[in-house]
Design a protein around this ligand. Structure first.
Ligand code: PMT
Length: 403
């Protein structure tokens, strides 16, 4: 349903807030959505207004907040139809145990529950409650019923709760909910496809505390993992050392050196349809790293290096390789060197970027090189570039796999 949304107008999110302490976090979610160009209509239950005043949501969304099924501000007195009309997505956050019960059983006794029953768009719920309420068998039965009805249950998370207890029942953080809303709106061009991504730098040990690495932040690779996940793929991310959190829903395997990265990739590759090699892998490693911290000797230190395996070339050279997407980071003659790399490694698609502008940066400009020619993606945030790369990858992947 989300795929059919009209891209020429802002996406409309109907945010339903029910009674729970986590309601205050939805003020931040509203802000994030509005800042990113979404149209947000907030509907609150009466209980929700006891936690946060409607005026807060009104100020942040720039729209009146509705709570009452009989609100006279709606011309035809059919708020339950009018407010839902044109919504591209409904998110109920926080969703209380009581509201989950109502949804699971089709109740329509207040504005929000009625809107949910009369919807024509995806419904997502983000439960938030005390851990015992969450585990309570009737609540779990309701959650299962909602899943069976195709309603997406987001979270809850585990951790410290407002009631002082610790366990499952915390609402997902607003940033995560925002990401999941964004994901819902992306076209599912890789639905059912298994994607393996390498990202970040490698770290090649010299001694117990020192090593050889590079300034790759992992941002480009993590953005690709996220974009692939948003596109409906199941995603595994093999990551060198970075400070980034794995995108929600992505399986992450942490590695240090190139040989460890190759081992992780090798163990995953038979379960992979598309391999995207973004990692800035060191070409060499010290031959004899010291177990102890090396002492200063007063004279020069000479290290001997041995060549690392080329992970991408290894995967692309398999008898039945997955669809391989390589990256080329060049400091000069970008397109010429990149095309040479693509041919040498026998890659259907290679993404070329100027290393000094790309590494560590928040945005990037890339060229896509494939058998059809070259295609520029002008400078944009890495997440936007990643979505465009995934869209192109999906198109080529389907072409290569046509019977
Ligand atoms: O992490 P960021 O800060 O966001 O920066 C992103 C990036 C600049 C690192 C990224 O966009 C990028 O260009 N990654 C590839 C960097 C690189 O190592 O390029 P290369 O030209 O040396 O390698 C070519 C390809 O072979 C790459 O797909 C690389 O992952 C792969 N390779 C290289 C060497 C090796 N031993 N094994 C490999 O798999």
């Amino acid at each position: 349903m989300a795929e059919a949304a009209n891209p020429s107008r802002p996406q409309r999110v109907l945010l339903g807030v029910t009674g729970g302490v986590a309601a205050y976090k939805c003020a931040e979610l509203t802000r994030l959505l509005v800042k990113n160009g979404y149209d947000v209509q907030v509907v609150m239950t009466e209980a929700a207004t006891r936690f946060v005043a409607p005026a807060t949501f009104q100020a942040l969304s720039g729209r009146p907040v509705f709570t009452d099924l009989w609100d006279s501000r709606v011309d035809n007195h059919m708020a339950h139809i009018d407010l839902g009309r044109g919504a591209d997505l409904i998110l109920v956050a926080p969703a209380s145990a009581d509201f989950l019960f109502k949804l699971a059983h089709g109740a329509a006794d207040d504005l929000l529950s009625t809107l949910c029953t009369a919807r024509d768009c995806p419904l997502l719920v983000a439960p938030a409650m005390n851990r015992q309420m969450w585990d309570n068998p009737p609540n779990q039965r309701n959650v299962n019923l909602l899943r069976q009805d195709g309603i997406a249950i987001l979270g809850p998370d585990a951790g410290e709760q407002a009631c002082g207890e610790t366990g499952f029942g915390r609402m997902l953080e607003p940033e995560v909910l925002f990401e999941l809303i964004e994901a819902t709106f992306q076209p599912k061009v890789l639905r059912g496809v298994r994607v393996l991504v390498t990202a970040g730098p490698t770290f090649e040990r010299i001694d117990a505390v020192r090593g050889i690495t590079n300034p790759s932040s992992g941002k480009m690779g993590y953005a690709l993992a996220k974009a692939a996940m948003e596109a409906g793929a199941s995603v595994t991310l093999v990551s060198g050392p970075t400070a980034l959190a794995a995108p929600f829903g992505v399986k992450r395997i942490d590695v240090e050196g190139a040989r460890q990265m190759l081992a992780a990739v090798t163990s995953e590759v038979s379960k992979t349809d598309v391999f995207i090699s973004v990692a800035a892998v060191a070409d060499y490693h010290p031959v004899s790293p010291s177990e102890q911290k090396l002492k200063k000797t007063g004279s020069n230190l000479v290290l001997e290096f041995a060549q690392n395996p080329d992970i991408l070339a290894t995967v692309a050279g398999l008898a039945e390789p997955p669809f391989c997407v390589g990256f080329a980071a060049e400091s000069e003659n970008l397109l010429e060197y990149a095309e040479q790399k693509r041919r040498r490694k026998k890659l259907p698609l290679l993404v070329a970027n100027q290393v000094q502008d790309a590494i560590g940066a928040d945005d990037n400009e890339v060229h896509l090189l494939d058998d059809h020619g070259q295609h520029l993606l002008p400078r944009a945030p890495k997440q936007a570039i990643a979505r465009a790369i995934i869209s192109h990858t999906a198109k080529l992947y389907r072409e290569y796999h046509k019977p």
